[in-house]
Design a protein around this ligand. Structure first.
Ligand SMILES: Cc1cc2nc3c(=O)[nH]c(=O)nc-3n(C[C@H](O)[C@H](O)[C@H](O)COP(=O)(O)OP(=O)(O)OC[C@H]3O[C@@H](n4cnc5c(N)ncnc54)[C@H](O)[C@@H]3O)c2cc1C
Length: 362
């Protein structure tokens, strides 16, 4: 068996680590000059969206021998809508870093891989198919899956973010549900430390949003965050992502090509979480190649979560600002806090069960 992994991100590296545990040494191709060279970002893992898993880090360590450390745990989510504010508190998850830093997920995984990575790779998928018996697509986008007509695109999104300097509680994150700032989307703030955070807005590229001016939405969002945090935040770095595809592979495996991470459809459309699913798809491919499971079967729960998440997105897109105010009010009480932090409660499953008769996702 001669295995190529295209992309040294979360899914590609998790796949390599797992293959190596079973004695298979893959060849890894990375188009950039180092791992994590996309952009520096703070991201979150919220078990709330990954039930029945209650602690993503413990789950990966104990069940899959993948060892990761977060930057901080999250003990509070501050919610902001146009006219309301709310708080969810409890053990809510973890913040981690992505990118070129030593503690980023990419670098933590990279240190667990034995195989050499071929950086600055210009290999195409077609070339890899000729030279290897198995190809694992882990490029973090659906480009190739779309090209071979193996991807159902449900939406694309525009994202703009920045690293800001200020004073933050590193255990508190902020989420803005306000159509004036991110129509049918959301904004968030994730601290890297007590002095630095990332702020981001993301919204879908639906026809009604195409005439929106990203620069003015961004200005409005930035001003709102400064006002809500009562600080003059200093922007030190910025990124923009256009037409970020969310969707799902029709076939997670096509002949001896496996689609992992975002190439598979790991991004959950409701809030854009994709890290855990990406890592899991990488592990699952390795299990398949080592005769420990069947990839198409192993990813079925992820496919289900994707569909549940899409349903929730479609429902949330129908909420105007008044309804978002009501949602924030409903979430801001002890009972909601108790339910949302209860490890036996699976909000994706329950919300999708309630919404299914009313919402069309096709
Ligand atoms: C702004 C933003 C915020 C996010 N926030 C969160 C969050 O808070 N929580 C969460 O769970 N998820 C979040 N996500 C989603 C999460 O980051 C992704 O789902 C996850 O990184 C996908 O992992 P992957 O392995 O598919 O791709 P990646 O980790 O992106 O890795 C892909 C790798 O492939 C390489 N590559 C690309 N093309 C080629 C090629 N042709 N040849 C060789 N190599 C190639 C890239 O350089 C990269 O190193 C966010 C995404 C974005 C964009």
């Amino acid at each position: 068996m001669n295995v190529a992994i295209m992309g040294a991100g979360l899914s590609g590296l998790a796949c390599a680590i797992t293959l190596e545990k079973y004695g298979i040494s893959p060849t890894i191709f990375e188009k950039r000059s180092q791992v994590g060279d996309r952009f520096v970002n703070g991201e979150a893992l919220l078990p709330l969206f990954n039930r029945p898993i209650n602690d993503d880090y413990a789950y990966l360590a104990e069940n899959h021998g993948i060892f990761l450390q977060p930057l901080a745990n999250i003990s509070q989510i501050n919610l902001y809508s146009e006219a309301r504010q709310g708080v969810i508190s409890g053990h809510l998850g973890f913040i981690n870093s992505r990118g070129r830093e030593d503690e980023s997920f990419e670098y933590q995984l990279f240190r667990q891989v034995k195989a050499k990575i071929s950086f600055n790779s210009e290999y195409t998928y077609e070339q890899l198919l000729q030279d290897f018996t198995h190809v694992i697509m882990a490029t973090g986008d659906a480009e190739y899956a779309v090209k071979v007509e193996n991807f159902q695109v449900d939406l694309t999104c525009t994202l703009k973010g920045a690293t800001v300097e200020g004073k933050f509680d590193r255990h508190h994150i902020g989420i803005w549900l306000d159509n004036n700032l991110a129509p049918q989307g959301y904004g968030f703030l994730l601290p890297y430390s007590e002095k630095e955070a990332v702020i981001t807005i993301g919204y879908p590229d639906y026809p009604e949003n195409r005439s929106l001016n990203l620069a003015s939405l961004w200005d409005r969002f930035y001003t709102t965050v400064c006002k809500d945090f009562d600080q003059n935040l200093k922007i030190t770095d910025q990124f923009e992502v256009n037409r970020y595809i969310m969707g799902l592979c029709k076939h997670p495996r096509l002949a001896n090509t496996f689609f992992t991470g975002n190439c598979f459809g790991a991004m959950m459309p409701a809030f854009g979480f994709g890290q855990l699913s990406s890592i899991l798809t990488g592990i699952y491919v390795a299990h398949d190649l080592c005769g420990k499971g069947n990839y198409e079967e192993l990813v079925k729960p992820l496919t289900k979560s994707y569909h549940n998440s899409l349903l929730i997105r479609r429902a949330m897109e129908q909420l105007d600002n008044h309804k978002l105010d009501i949602l924030v009010t409903l979430l801001n009480n002890r009972f909601s806090n108790h339910i949302l932090t209860n490890k036996n409660f699976n909000p994706l499953k329950i919300a999708s069960y309630i919404l299914r008769p009313f919402i069309k996702i096709g």
